[in-house]
Ligand binder design. Structure first.
Ligand SMILES: Cc1ncc(COP(=O)(O)O)c(C=O)c1O
Length: 378
């Protein structure tokens, strides 16, 4: 029996070439989303030849399927546990598909622990949270935001006070999507204490700022030592990865309550996805080993300096740019369509923002400022 040789048609190959050219070019002009392209994982490309799959609980090793990277996944989790002051023996987590899955996981745990709990989140929450709440059918209440995007603590106080009979589950934004505002975990804890609420759950959505704030002296604390119960961070944002990813960390004792043994995979079913990406743990591991805390601290400092430079330069040309303390996100008035298109700007009503992530150079900022200078002012 002869073997047919299958291959792509010339037209299909051209389609791919065209797509590649677009991505190559447009990657150079991306200021609107906090997704860095400052990475080179080419030495890991050889792993793409294998069907690697981290299905199951990363902490359980008695699995007959050997094509996984769970040892590397655990190393990454250990690094984050240390960064977020979660004692390793009490920690649990896994590498997710991104910040959304980490939020869903934190809220799922909270709901399993407190099925009648009410979730409180601010108006500035990322859309992944309301979606997770719909999926989980959780009761929730929206708390007003302050103009800088941070939660109104007065409104939180008044709202929890009315329902002190029900366990509060609080979603703390550790860097909101549009303004990178930080809900203060210490202030939330004070409110709970003032209201004599001793049973609660706090999930930290630290999609972007989970990788910046720990490296900024004097920045607001949000780690496990401050009383959070779980945290979600995106991996493809500040660190950067060609495949979306993230980490979720939680308390082992809480996860134990939802774990189910599954004979087929020889593991515990504790994660949301069954099959899980085995390549992204290698990317995160590689970045963490390459840069370490000092490397990330230097990267964050550089971004903050450039963010300040961008504010000064934009203000000079009449663009009212501002940022929250410790933020690498600059809020600007919504620019015209041509700028939104060229720079792939994220907008929300009258506001827009640009993110000074590790791949944003001063030359790029200068080009953006130059374009903004040409915008007719109202
Ligand atoms: C505050 C916040 N939370 C969650 C997410 C979702 O993260 P991901 O896109 O990694 O799912 C984002 C993404 O922009 C975000 O800004």
């Amino acid at each position: 029996m002869g073997h047919t040789q299958y291959s792509l048609s010339t037209q299909d190959r051209n389609e791919l070439d065209k797509l590649f050219e677009i991505l190559e070019h447009r990657s150079n002009f991306q200021l609107g989303y906090p997704v860095s392209t400052h990475f080179d994982y080419s030495s890991l490309f050889r792993f793409l030849h294998y069907s690697v799959n981290n299905a199951g609980d990363p902490f359980v090793s008695n699995n007959s399927f050997c094509l996984h990277t769970r040892a590397f996944e655990l190393e990454v989790l250990k690094w984050y546990a240390r960064l977020f002051r979660s004692p390793w023996e009490e920690s649990w987590g896994y590498i997710t598909n991104g910040g959304t899955e980490g939020n869903l996981y934190g809220l799922y745990l909270a709901r399993e622990l407190y099925p009648d709990g009410i979730l409180y989140h601010s108006q500035d929450v990322h859309y992944s949270v309301p979606k997770s709440l719909r999926l989980l059918r959780m009761q929730h209440t929206t708390i007003r935001s302050q103009p800088n995007g941070e939660m109104s603590y007065q409104h939180l106080y008044e709202t929890i006070k009315i329902r002190r009979d029900v366990c509060p589950i609080i979603l703390a934004n550790i860097g909101t999507t549009m303004k990178e505002a930080v809900d203060r975990v210490a202030r939330i804890r004070e409110i709970l204490a003032e209201l004599s609420v001793f049973s609660f759950y706090i999930h930290a959505d630290a999609a972007l700022s989970g990788m910046t704030l720990p490296f900024i002296d004097g920045s607001p604390l949000f780690d496990f030592s401050t009383g959070i119960d779980s945290i979600s961070v995106s991996g493809h944002k500040f660190i950067g990865s060609p495949i979306p990813c993230g980490i979720v960390l939680a308390k082992q004792k809480n996860v134990d309550k939802i774990a189910r043994p599954i004979e087929y995979i020889g593991s515990l079913d504790t994660t949301i996805s069954g099959s899980r990406n085995g390549i992204t743990p290698l990317f995160l591991w590689y970045a963490i080993r390459k840069y370490g805390r000092e490397g990330f601290r230097a990267m964050v400092t550089r971004c903050l300096n450039r963010a300040e430079y961008a504010i000064v330069e934009l203000n000079k040309v009449g663009c009212k740019a501002w940022r929250n303390p410790c933020a690498i996100t600059l809020v600007i008035p919504r620019p015209p369509k041509s700028i939104i298109w060229k720079w792939q700007i994220a907008v929300n009503a009258e506001d827009a923002h640009i993110v000074i992530k590790p791949d944003v150079t001063t030359e790029l900022i200068d080009e953006f400022v130059d374009d903004m200078q040409k915008v007719p002012r109202k």
